[in-house]
Design a binder for this molecule. Sequence first.
Ligand code: SF4
Length: 232
Amino acid sequence: MSEERMLEHALPELAEARGDLQKLTMRESVVRFYARHEARLNNAVQTSSQALACEAGCSYCCRQFEVVAHPFEVFEVQAYVTKHFTPEQLRSVMERATRNVNERKAATEADRLTLRPTCPFLVNHSCSVYAARPSVCRNYHSTDKDNCQKAFEDPFSTWPNTYADEVFHTAMGSAAGFKKAVEELGLDTRAYHLSAAFLEAMRSPDSAKRFKSGKRAFLKATTSSFEEGSGS
Ligand code: SF4
């Protein structure tokens, strides 16, 4: 990955995000960031010389590793679920998230490397929170579905590296720009495991209060070193 190419997309986003975060709420700013992010990605996809293999109904990347999300993204998922899910859907997603958390807790460090948890928001091979999905879910664009399948089926494999280069740099840069602007406000930008963080957000209104006051948003949810963040 080229840092220089990432910065090309990170710096414009950082400037836009700083402006938004000064005058808008965090949620309004996140919604505007996602719109800019999608526009940048669409543009990169259209101008890329690499054909994408991603298609509706393919969900290997939702069943590879446990998804991580920053608190500002977790609260967006929580708001979406609270607004759109029926009580039955809510009960089911809470159950699936709890199962993921328990499975992770019961696993040894070595076992965790080979866990292939299905994201609790995946329903019939589709994302049930698509409009509010975290940026990590928006960022990966594969050029080889077979490689994604292989990475899913081989428990010792690493993440497939058949990504579309320009789309990947655009995505990583744009997401890093927004995260940096949140970090500059002294807010928690750790990357939490989504299942656990979502459950905590749903069960404890204090997590949002802690986030707003610059503290660690989630006390029980584990964080990932896969994508670093910061916070006090
Ligand atoms: S939030 Fe949606 S897109 Fe992201 S891993 Fe879960 S089901 Fe897939």
